[in-house]
Design a protein around this ligand. Structure first.
Ligand code: DO4
Ligand code: MG
Length: 287
């Protein structure tokens, strides 16, 4: 059974690490002396450490009495782009001047990697992701996220939403940071799956649902195995000549892009479902 490491808080309390058990329970790891995700993920075998403390005597909390937080503490969040054929074609269609750059980066040895968010800006499960007020065409990008320790080793997997303003991105490649980095542009969660190797994670699927009032206005899915590059390759490039003292989270790119005439609206609900990981659900708000 996979272990799903989460971060949660009770009203007025400090964030704590826990293990999600089914849909309804969280085992409190802080009662076993594990006070942060970061320290656990630095261990050579985080799944082994958790298994050794996950006893029936460990206190459990009902999930509906706590608030789940994004499973990130001081880690920077980075993202890879144009790792799926679907993303390459969407980018080439939206941009008049930069189509060649997207075509080239898909084939190149060096991947596209960009900074996405500081940990304290990441939106938690149930929080609101943002729509820039100067964008008319924003979409969610549901992505598998690699959770890396300070040695840039993959310690687990979570889900991420790389919210993207396609009109701003498509206007000029140099506007990419504005299209990608703004209030509420990155959500992570609901948990980090530990103890899984790349070959297993590549069997997973990711699905996206977008709800407007009670209508399902978009549904799509992809297989993680459609990612062109290996996870090791992406992590290795990120860690080249760059130190992450607390580790990092690396989104691996999107393979699901809604049709060109679809744009998110305030009040929409975005649900990203990942095999083994769970569901990352957020409401959309103008920021
Ligand atoms: O260069 C554009 C960003 C691509 C991206 O975020 C993705 O493919 O997921
Ligand atoms: Mg993306």
């Amino acid at each position: 059974m996979n272990l799903r490491l989460c971060r949660y808080t009770r009203p007025g309390g400090e964030p704590r690490p826990g293990i999600l058990e089914g849909d309804d329970w969280i085992a409190d790891l802080s009662s076993a002396g594990i006070s942060t995700l970061t320290s656990l993920l630095e261990d050579r075998d985080p799944a082994g450490v958790v298994r050794s403390v996950l006893k029936p005597s460990l206190p459990r909390l009902a999930r509906n009495q706590v608030q789940l937080l994004a499973p990130v503490e001081q880690q920077e969040v980075w993202a890879a782009g144009v790792t799926y054929v679907r993303s390459r074609s969407a980018r080439m269609e939206e941009s008049e001047f930069s189509a060649t750059a997207y075509g080239k980066v898909y084939e190149a040895e060096r991947p596209e990697l960009f900074f996405k968010a500081l940990a304290h800006k990441v939106v938690s499960p149930g929080g609101a992701v943002g729509l820039r007020r100067d964008s008319r065409w924003t979409v969610p990008e549901p992505e598998l996220a690699l959770v890396l320790n300070s040695r840039c080793e993959i310690t687990g997997y979570t889900l991420g939403n790389d919210m993207s303003a396609r009109d701003i991105e498509g206007e000029n490649l140099l506007y990419l940071p504005q299209a990608k980095i703004y209030t509420g542009s990155c959500a992570l969660g609901p948990a980090i799956v530990l103890g899984t190797v790349e070959s297993q994670a590549r069997q997973w699927t990711i699905e996206l649902e977008i709800w407007r009032a009670s209508q399902l206005v978009f549904k799509g899915g992809t297989s993680v195995d459609r990612i062109k590059r290996s996870f090791h390759e992406l992590a290795e490039f990120l860690g080249r000549s760059q130190q992450f003292s607390f580790g990092a989270v690396l989104l691996t790119g999107t393979g699901i892009v809604p049709p060109g005439d679809f744009a998110l609206a305030a009040g929409d609900r975005v649900r990203i479902l990942g095999s083994e990981i769970g569901c990352l659900e957020n409401e959309v708000m103008i920021v």
